[in-house]
Design a protein around this ligand. Structure first.
Ligand code: PAF
Length: 298
């Protein structure tokens, strides 16, 4: 008899619901972890719905407030500003696919580096309402072992759920690469209130996109990272391939929620400052997004 795998997905946002639903469909016992008691009840009652093209399917996952023991894998998909508040059981492989810089370092302090796997996903999904996700485009989930955790089983589990998975020997490089792209696309789309593709159509926005990605790449350079191709080209390609997407930051701003600007542009500004590298455009978009967040709550 083949083993039934247990996976906890932490965070009921667009990507958390997508990963939880697809793993459940593949026969994995899934716990979706949330910290809001009332939402837990609603999600447990209503289940997770994933819409792909004109197909819509519902999945029943266990929704709870804490990660059960005896899990084969924990996937972290909470917003970066929640990472420091997570309570994680020991000795279970943990895969973070979160946005921004600094998540892995925070998780290392909590659980030790030996259980950690880290990377990114380019799966595109939009949370239409609580537990209801529109899977707008399939992407790649790319991760590697932070130190000694095995990638074999997590890779097989995600592949079984239908995700395209690639592995890397340098997860921190991959995270930097995605962060530099996000540092251009996310604040600009959120400030201009436009889908990703529009950044290529407005000459000045495209210029700013380039300048923001160049600032981020320079900071990555001070940490020893070198990229095999221009991240400006990568960012422009992402805008083209996700032209109709509403970036996660714009989704947050529209919903009046806190954004991940701190782990993206904020972290780039801080890391730049620590090596006397100024990042004036990144600092300005950081200040604008922080102002927009506060405007929503004042
Ligand atoms: O954060 C996002 O929305 C995505 O990472 C990206 C690549 C900008 C596409 O929308």
């Amino acid at each position: 008899m083949s083993k039934t795998y247990s996976v906890s997905v932490v965070g009921p946002g667009a990507l958390g619901c997508l990963f939880a639903g697809k793993l459940a469909k593949a026969g994995v016992r899934v716990h979706l972890i949330d910290y809001q008691q009332e939402r837990i009840h609603r999600l447990a009652k209503n289940g997770i719905e994933i819409i792909e093209g004109d197909q819509s399917e519902k999945y029943n996952v266990h929704v709870t407030g804490h990660i059960p023991s005896m899990q084969d894998l924990i996937i972290i998909l909470v917003k970066s500003y929640c990472t420091a508040n997570l309570t994680l059981p020991p000795d279970i492989p943990i895969l973070t696919l979160q946005n921004g810089l600094g998540n892995v370092e925070t998780l290392c302090k909590k659980t030790g580096a030996e259980n950690l796997l880290a990377g990114i996903t380019t799966e595109a999904s939009t949370l239409l309402e609580e537990g209801k996700v529109l899977h707008t485009a399939s992407g790649i989930t790319l991760f590697g072992s932070w130190t000694t955790a095995s990638i074999k089983e997590p890779k097989e589990l995600l592949e079984r759920a239908g995700f395209r998975v690639e592995t890397t020997n340098s997860p921190s490089q991959v995270i930097w690469e995605k962060t530099a792209v996000n540092a251009g696309i996310n604040p600009l789309t959120a400030i201009l209130n436009v889908p990703n593709g529009m950044l290529l159509k407005i000459r000045e926005a495209r210029e700013l996109l380039r300048e923001l990605v160049i600032e981020a790449s320079k900071v990555a350079g001070t940490e020893g990272y070198r990229f095999s191709r221009s991240l400006v080209e990568v960012a422009e390609e992402v805008c083209e391939n996700t032209a109709n997407n509403i970036s996660s930051m714009l989704q947050d701003i529209r919903a009046g929620k806190r954004t991940e600007i701190d782990a993206i542009s904020g972290e780039i500004v801080r890391r730049g400052t620590s090596t006397f590298l100024t990042t004036p455009r990144t600092k300005m978009v950081y200040q604008i997004i922080r102002s927009m967040e506060q405007r929503a709550i004042i």
